[in-house]
Write a protein that binds this ligand. Structure first.
Ligand code: ADP
Ligand code: MG
Length: 343
């Protein structure tokens, strides 16, 4: 495990719209494992979004709050391996008995049940015994249960309780997570560098930690060098392909102007017409995300606007991205075009 992971708890799991249902449900189970309203709880979502973190947080909290309860965390792979070797030793009954006696069973990555008929059989029986005895079961899966290709009788039982999904966090949530991990590791990252990193790492928190690890490493190698945009850009190149090619402000301005059907000069003009203002703000935002230009330099290239105006513009676009689907789509489209324009 990476030294940046620390102990998985609810306290160090940052809440956002992307995970609040799953986090609250997990917490409810941890606070009252005997309440079987959520039994089983299944947390599903793509890799790197916190499934294992939440599952272990349940375990850690129960161990702390209810020291008499036995909690068992296991990955589906480990469970399968234990089963296989117990079959070899003729000790399957012991294994099953042992599992049947836990108070809380936490099973990670149940997609690993696919194609394992024997494991599915044994797990089916275990599941029934535990549930009959009101023992809490929490599981994670990399896909919705309905898409999980396992025996129907098992799948339908997995749907008896509560299912909560984890989705990709919004920019602000990613920044809050990175800020928390940085501070836990006593690393200081300027806010604009943080935003730059989180803008580019969108779908995987583990990658965000990878970037942080690398920044720390580079800083160490470079004897205490500050974590600046240049260093962040260097590290990010190993995580995302789209910033490998240099994007220039000119390409961004040209692409945005074309997209909004404007002359490129309008972006630097004094016009306050609404769609020109929007195009200008979006251009500033993209120049900030894709290039090393300072706020001052950006103001200069957009008709000598001051630093506060540039900050305001970037904020505005960021807010719009979170609240306005059309703008979000426009930005995604623009990013594709900007990258293609570099090709
Ligand atoms: P998964 O099991 O879904 O692949 P993990 O639980 O291993 O993902 O999460 C990957 C990393 O991201 C872990 O180190 C975890 O601590 C971190 N992480 C994910 N979501 C959050 C969050 N909301 N707050 C803090 N850390 C998070
Ligand atoms: Mg996991």
């Amino acid at each position: 495990e990476s030294n940046l992971n620390g102990k998985y708890t609810f306290d160090n799991f940052i809440e956002g719209d992307c995970n609040s249902l799953a986090r609250n449900a997990a917490k409810a189970v941890a606070d009252n494992p005997a309440n079987t309203a959520f039994n089983p709880l299944v947390i599903h979502g793509p890799v790197g979004l916190g499934k294992t973190h939440l599952l272990k947080a349940v375990g850690n909290r129960i161990a702390e709050k209810f020291p008499n309860k036995s909690v068992l965390y296991v990955t589906t792979d480990t469970f399968t391996n234990q089963l296989v070797s117990s079959i070899g030793n003729n000790t399957t009954n012991d294994l099953v008995n042992w599992y049947q006696n836990v108070d809380v069973l936490l099973v990670d990555d149940i997609q690993q049940l696919i194609n394992r008929k024997k494991t599915q059989d044994v797990f089916f029986n275990l599941f029934n015994v535990l549930r009959q005895n009101n023992k809490a079961i929490v599981m994670t899966c990399d896909r919705p249960i309905i898409e999980l290709d396992i025996e129907e009788r098992l799948r339908s039982r997995f749907q008896w309780g509560l299912t909560a999904d984890l989705s990709a966090p919004a920019l602000e949530t990613r920044m809050a997570i990175l800020a928390a991990k940085a501070s836990a590791n006593e690393v200081s990252i300027p806010p604009q560098v943080m935003e730059f990193i989180c803008y580019h790492i969108q779908n995987n928190i583990r990658q965000l930690e990878g970037v942080l690890n690398n920044l720390v490493l580079h800083r160490g190698v470079n004897q205490g060098r500050e974590i600046d945009l240049e260093l962040a850009r260097q590290v990010l190149k190993n995580f995302v392909t789209e910033i490998n090619r240099e994007v220039t402000p000119e390409v961004i301005q040209r692409t945005v102007a074309e997209y909004y059907n404007l002359d490129v000069e309008k972006l630097a003009s004094a016009t306050r017409r609404r769609h020109v203002v929007l195009a200008r703000q979006i251009s500033m935002f993209l120049v900030k995300q894709f290039t090393d230009q300072s706020l001052k330099a950006i103001g200069r290239m957009f008709g000598g606007r001051d630093h506060a105006t540039v900050i305001y513009s970037i904020r505005t676009v960021r807010d719009l991205m979170e609240t306005n689907d059309d703008i979000k789509k426009a930005l995604e489209e623009l990013e594709r075009k900007i990258r293609a324009g570099q090709g």
